[in-house]
Write a new protein. Sequence first.
Length: 157
Amino acid sequence: MEYTALIFDDCQDETDSYENLIDTINVYKNDPMCKQIVVSCTAEWLLRLAHSPISKVLLVQMANTPYVALLNGLKAVSMENVLVNGLSNVPTNEDIQKILSSLSQYPAIYMNKDLQAFDTRLLMFSLQVAIEQNLAIDTYAQAVEALGETPLQHIKG
């Protein structure tokens, strides 16, 4: 299953690091099923990445407000399926394969706070509804949960 990796993190947790960002990019860069890597994080880290361009990587500046940040990150996604990745932990190839296998059967998968997978259309619709209803969300998983019609399927990593 082809997909976009959306690395989306406000880089505020003490376990978030630039090294985790580079390692996460490399995991996705080496996966032939990953057709695009969208990175949305701090401006400082984006500038560092911009000095050494990496194939498949699209940089999106993290906005200051949650709705705009979530929307801008998602607007850059070009594939039908998206894996959303935080930066506290680097995903393993096994976790990626497991979550993709689950995504082929269900459109909203939650493995942990740093790895979820979605049908991009469901995610865009959920985010639109959350914005229209002015719901307090700051993650893509919260947008899908707020919609309520398609609950997240939790799987173990």
